[in-house]
Design a protein around this ligand. Sequence first.
Ligand code: FE2
Ligand code: FE2
Length: 214
Amino acid sequence: MYRKTGIQLMRMSMAPTRRGQANSTQQKQTPPPPPPPPLRPRASALTDEIIRVDHAGELGADRIYAGQMAILGNGPMGKTIEHMWEQEKDHRKQFEQLIQQHRVRPTIMAPIWNVAAFALGAGTALLGEKAAMACTVAVETVIVEHYNDQLRQIMESPNPDKELLATITKFRDEEQEHHDTGIDCGAEQAPFYKAITEVIKFGCKTAIAISKKI
Ligand SMILES: [Fe+2]
Ligand SMILES: [Fe+2]
């Protein structure tokens, strides 16, 4: 009976197999990743601060609604929360693109906001639907005020960034809708509404102040 010699076996193990060849062909056929968005001139100090803090804020908003969805997603408020979450995901995506385009450094606090915001969304949702809506009202009140302040700052700057102005105006209007949805869904009937909203507003304002700088 014919037996393969040691050398023959070694050659076989070193030779590319058909499966290996097929894999390398498949790898070649994988479409290349989409090109990164075109770079823009390095951001001014104001634009730099605005993009960093808004990126942090929209990351937080995305995680708050994710936390609410984890608890209330299958309940009667699920569709309403999901609609707002979809808009927050888009806000986050657009600021992620702006951070790349303007080469802005994200806040070093991002990992902490990530966890804290999910905990806030899920924690208030565990207290009930109305408490979740109270959280939405508190957060969106602060964000609308914050975006209005930024719009004023951009308009008063010597060279207003029209694109950023349009983006923030659109997002500000959507945050106002989220606030109004919270009120319409009974936020003010949540137990300890005043205390809950005041504590959350204070937390959001502190997070904004920190994210502007570090
Ligand atoms: Fe947002
Ligand atoms: Fe929002």
